[in-house]
Write a protein that binds this ligand. Structure first.
Ligand SMILES: *[C@@H]1O[C@H](CO)[C@@H](O)[C@H](O)[C@H]1NC(C)=O
Ligand SMILES: *[C@@H]1O[C@H](CO)[C@@H](O)[C@H](O)[C@H]1NC(C)=O
Ligand SMILES: *[C@@H]1O[C@H](CO)[C@@H](O)[C@H](O)[C@H]1NC(C)=O
Ligand SMILES: *[C@@H]1O[C@H](CO)[C@@H](O)[C@H](O)[C@H]1NC(C)=O
Length: 375
């Protein structure tokens, strides 16, 4: 069967514009899909979390989190301690992380004490280096805090600590204006050139393997609009935008470049949203590189219960149409909706399986995990 690219057309003020859409190669063996349930801490059965992402520094795989709740008893509804964000070390089990302390300590706190959610961890001096960065969103006091009410956006610098100790985090406060431009990092970040070292904690990819087909060395970060504050979005979904920066300049706001639909340039995206968008109507989530399909995969959740994937050869696209990976009617209205899908493919460097984690909304601080097998 021939795979043909389709065309996506939309009307602009002056003309009908058609963008070539790439083919989506993903096929899931749905009979093999495993529902692995809630992620836990190996240190304490009373710790539960949501949000965050994964990343590798100095050959150690970490998971970052947003809200982290520790109860006195797993069945309690109230948290005995609550942290706005935390970091833990991944284990061989996708549903268990190992904490540095009990209860987990907060990882990143800005000087002004704002409650920030961290969404990414990317190395800035290679996977065997000791430095990295996270993108964050500082939250305002409104109930909808994954798609909206962000008061500040920016970058925090991360450095590894001696073995067994939690890395340090230094927050650079307030890079972007969430009322005018995309929330960079709300859909993850990827490093285009990612040479693996041989001392990997999980998996053994070939020496000098490259993550991502590009070798330009940029960190690509993806963003959606704050649906509450920005009229160009609706409250539940947004289009997706792409920015990039060289790892050594991650702390320099003027070094970022933004995809405007034609090229990466220094002008921040505060208008021209329709041209700059690389994907239409997606939820905050993640993009990661998949070595089995040799594609970047963007995960999206529809209706709080249907996990979709879009693919592209380069971060700025063209992106494909969506393929449904998993759907579960136990979630979504009127039940508990899921949000913030994260792809954790590092546990299988062949990329033939995909661990996906999704958080439950609202305030359950629970991440559920599924394992998908590609055909
Ligand atoms: C759907 O979710 C329920 C938990 O609510 C779980 O028991 C079941 O295994 C899931 N099914 C699939 C196909 O993931
Ligand atoms: C966690 O819950 C158990 C009950 O399952 C309880 O015995 C234990 O004291 C709790 N641990 C902490 C640190 O609160
Ligand atoms: C939590 O609730 C479940 C189901 O009601 C019960 O079986 C279990 O013993 C409870 N655990 C604790 C530590 O109270
Ligand atoms: C957003 O989601 C809510 C809750 O699911 C729904 O009631 C509302 O209609 C949605 N709004 C839009 C613009 O889709």
């Amino acid at each position: 069967m021939a795979i043909v690219s389709s065309l996506v057309c939309f009307a602009s003020l002056l003309a009908v514009v058609c963008n070539a859409q790439s083919a989506n190669p993903i096929k899931v063996n749905t009979g093999s899909t495993q529902f692995l349930g809630q992620q836990m801490s190996s240190n304490d059965p009373n710790v539960s979390r949501d949000g965050g992402s994964q990343g590798v520094l100095n050959n150690v795989y970490y998971q970052t989190f947003a809200d982290t709740c520790q109860k006195n008893n797993p069945n309690d509804t109230d948290c005995a301690t609550f942290r706005a964000n935390t970091i833990a070390v991944t284990t061989y089990s996708p549903t268990i992380v190992s904490d540095f302390s009990n209860p987990p300590a907060q990882f990143c706190t800005p000087n002004n004490g704002a409650r920030i959610h961290i969404t990414n961890l990317v190395p800035t001096d290679g996977v065997s280096g000791t430095h990295g960065a996270v993108f964050y969103q500082a939250l305002g006091s409104c109930s909808q805090n994954i798609n909206g009410c962000t008061t500040a956006l920016g970058v925090a610098l991360v450095q590894t600590a001696p073995s067994g100790q939690q890395p340090t985090c230094s927050v650079l406060y307030g890079f972007w204006d969430t009322t005018k431009e995309p929330m960079w990092g709300s859909i993850g970040a990827v490093v285009s050139r990612f040479p693996y070292s041989r001392r990997l904690v999980l998996g053994t990819p070939p020496a000098n393997a490259i993550q991502g087909p590009q070798s330009d060395g940029y960190i690509y970060t993806f963003g959606t609009l704050d649906g509450v504050q920005n009229p160009a979005a609706n409250p539940n979904t947004s289009d997706m935008y792409v920015a990039r920066v060289l790892p050594g300049s991650v702390q320099t706001l003027s070094a970022y470049q933004y995809w405007d639909g034609a090229s990466f340039q220094s002008q921040r995206i505060t208008s021209g949203f329709s041209n700059a968008a690389v994907l239409k109507n997606v939820s905050p989530g993640s993009v990661h590189y998949n070595s089995y399909y040799s594609k970047y995969i963007a995960l999206n959740l529809v209706n709080g219960n249907t996990l979709q994937a879009y693919t592209a050869s380069v971060p700025q696209g063209p992106w494909s149409g969506a393929v449904t990976l998993w759907s579960n009617s136990s979630y979504g209205p009127p039940y508990i909706p899921l949000y913030d899908p994260q792809g954790l493919s590092f546990r299988d460097t062949s990329g033939k399986t995909l661990i996906a984690q999704m958080s439950e909304f609202p305030y359950n601080t629970i991440k559920v995990t599924i394992k998908l097998f590609f055909q």
